[in-house]
Design a protein around this ligand. Structure first.
Ligand code: GRF
Length: 188
């Protein structure tokens, strides 16, 4: 199975997945990392461990539609089977969605459907919930709304926002590779 990772920023989830794939026997490879952001740290991380990278942005194209078309062409050219969003800060357009039905997954730092959107960790913290967590889900046309594949809870004890963020990221780094392994093995 050939996997493309789409990321806009830091790339700690990409690193956790790459690390896991190296240590465990998973019948899949990360074909490349794509970023819509030129200076995304995820690109450096990928280059360092010898994973191919591609980078372009909507601003490089006359329209959003053309950007999506180029992204779709890249997936087809690279014979991608599964698209893994790991901090990719854009909506997936209808063309890519139609071409990859139930083949695009995302990780979100809350227990969906609670706290969707850009600030899942802070929103849960500010609300004062005592349990939040991490969700891996299929992508559909909405924002953080596709069918849920897996979730893990994270307790909010005497945490401040920074320590909660650290706990959430740690949970993400365990959950995402494990879910990917299940998908590769046909268990999801
Ligand atoms: C993660 O918290 C993920 O849940 C969210 O974006 C963040 C990406 O972090 N979608 P990183 O770039 O993998 O470090």
């Amino acid at each position: 199975m050939r996997i493309a990772v789409l990321a806009s920023g830091n790339g700690s989830n990409f690193a956790a997945i790459a690390d896991y794939f190296q240590k465990e026997s998973v019948a899949a490879e990360i074909a490349f990392v794509f970023s819509d952001k030129k200076n995304a740290f995820v690109l450096e991380r990928a280059q360092k461990i010898g994973v191919a990278t591609f980078q372009f942005s909507p601003q490089d194209f006359p329209s959003k539609n053309d950007y999506e078309k180029a992204l779709l062409a890249l997936m087809q050219q690279e014979k991608i089977d599964l698209i893994v969003l790991a901090g990719y800060m854009r909506i997936i357009g209808p063309q890519l969605l139609a071409a990859f039905p139930k083949k695009i997954i995302n990780i979100h730092p809350s227990l969906l459907p609670a706290f969707p959107g850009l600030n899942g960790i802070k929103d849960a913290y500010d609300y004062g919930v005592k349990v939040t967590g991490v969700t891996v889900h299929y992508i559909d046309a909405g924002v953080d709304t596709g069918p849920i594949i897996a979730q893990v809870p994270v307790l909010i004890l005497d945490d401040d926002l920074a320590s909660l963020e650290a706990k959430i990221h740690q949970a993400e780094h365990q959950l995402y590779p494990a879910v990917l392994k299940q998908i590769v093995q046909g268990q999801q």
